[in-house]
Design a protein around this ligand. Sequence first.
Ligand code: SAM
Ligand code: SF4
Length: 380
Amino acid sequence: MAGIYIHIPFCKQKCFYCDFYSTTLVKNKSAYVNALIKELSLQKSYLKNSLVETIYFGGGTPSVLTYGELMSILNQIYNVFDVADNPEITFEANPDDLTHDYLKELKLSPVNRLSIGVQSFFDDDLKTMNRRHNAAEAEAAVKLSQDVGFHNISLDLIYGLPKMNNQKWLYNLNKAFNLNIQHLSAYHLTYEPKTVFYNYLKNKILIPVVEQESIDEYQTLINKTKQEDFIHYEISNFGKKGFFSKHNSNYWRQEKYLGVGPSAHSFNNTSRQWNVRDTNKYISFIENEILPFDSEILDPGKQYNDYIITSLRTMWGVDLAFLRETFNEKVVSCCLKSAEQYIKTKKINLAENHLILSETGILIADKIISDLFIIDDEVF
Ligand SMILES: C[S@@+](CC[C@H](N)C(=O)[O-])C[C@H]1O[C@@H](n2cnc3c(N)ncnc32)[C@H](O)[C@@H]1O
Ligand code: SF4
């Protein structure tokens, strides 16, 4: 089983909180699509003997692609790789790109899951974030998507925004669920270095919410998603039964994936690699048939730590039997010893040989994850 991630590094305008790699110079787009198509064939052997079950167009903004560009990338994937029948194909889209005509074309493609970046249903929040759309456009985009026949729709929302409060956040959640969506990704705002928001924070133009506000909004998120029968299957991800993101779940289950495009990462259990974070450099390397990536070999210590980072974020948690099979008994004991304080305080539940974060544990997930790391290589 394997996944393919396609990075589309273009944004018509940069949002003030975002540090995903993208450029506003959309004029390079067709040279870029040609380079992507070439990289896919250069990477043919990366997924040999693996069936591709998920394809994910992320960004940046995949919805800047024309139907023709999208299809040429998909056709190349089908030509080069062994693709399963009916794979999950996710397409991230910005609301203002989702016109009726665009969606009708998109529906002709094999894309079968939309992830729409709404962020907030308040126009003032959207302005503060430098989003291109307003709340009405976001709502219309979801409805239009449903009208043309998309019924596997995920929305992105951000909470913990400056000036947000629990009532506003609940309004956003109600708005989202009234749109009859199947999946929600809800992220607490992070102030990423080199973003405009980070600068605003340093210069006190933006005042971050206090910790209790973050906890209250998070609690609202948990309560509301439960009421709507959404399953909290990863720290920031909630889905109806049968509508979890297969692509992202495979990342969290340590399945193999190939990422193409600048800044895209690939993983094959024993090593990880990442492409250069520069579209022009990327295009010229690929034109010369050179794959522009750096890589690292994952020794058992890194493999273990990666497993803890990804698995503890999910509702399936850390599988102690998997640790025993993949590493050894000493690793299991070390992991349990570090988890003991959190099991006692009910931040971690130990059930059926799995360590799973509780609702209060999720609030300090990063701390718990780093405490469960093993630094001593002798253990492996
Ligand atoms: C690759 S981006 C979005 C794709 C698409 N371009 C869009 O804007 O709708 C994925 C999501 O990450 C979230 N995100 C990005 N930066 C964030 C930050 N600093 N804090 C919280 N969430 C963030 C946003 O919800 C965003 O929609
Ligand atoms: S949130 Fe989306 S549209 Fe905004 S800068 Fe990031 S990738 Fe681009």
